[in-house]
Design a protein around this ligand. Sequence first.
Ligand code: 6PG
Length: 232
Amino acid sequence: MKSSPQVIRTQNFVTDGAAFILEQARRAIAERNEFRIALSGGNTPAPIYKRVAIEAQDFPWTSVRFTFGDERCVPPDNPQSNFRMARENLFVPAGVPEQSIMRLRGEIDPQMAAQEYEDELNALAAERGEPMYRHDLILLGLGEDGHTASLFPGTTALDETTRRVAANFVPKLDAWRLTFTLPLINDARHVLFLVGASKSPQLIERVLAGDQQFPAARVKPMAGAVTWMIGD
Ligand code: 6PG
């Protein structure tokens, strides 16, 4: 990573998060006629996605490709599904067309779901003559154990150096997850961590200090920027 992360602390977390995403989108579309964004899951981003949908009613969504940084291994209509959360808060209210959305199929065998997603990303990258699919913006959250996407401490996918998308068994959850790996995350032009006010300030400081025991601290794009937007 060229420089240290930009840290934005804000009392307007939702509106500032939405504005950041839309600014990145407008810039990518102006420069490359496409915006490739990976959505994060969990609870934190939901109000931000809702805000994006409100702000961007007539946005050129056909120029946007939505991917998912991780997914739970459940069907798309399951309350645990990150796709369902994004669909309810963003895709439906904003009128995002289906062809702009690449869903991780949590309902099938995890290894197969990871492989098919990786194959699709590789095919898109090849169309652009890129060695790897390069996201313009990857949204990430922060778990209280320092996990990000579904890269949990001590899990296999954390040490993956070649695959872009992996099926990852998480013992503490006793569940499979689908997740981007660090090679794919660290190839992004920009990573935005969205961290709500409820998260531990001590954890945030230790991750920002680069404490490698926390997976989030291993997000260091080689040729990209990292912004931490932290709710006050
Ligand atoms: C997921 C997320 C995960 C999330 C963190 C924080 O699928 O759960 O991708 O990495 O960002 O667990 O979750 P909250 O936003 O719910 O605190």
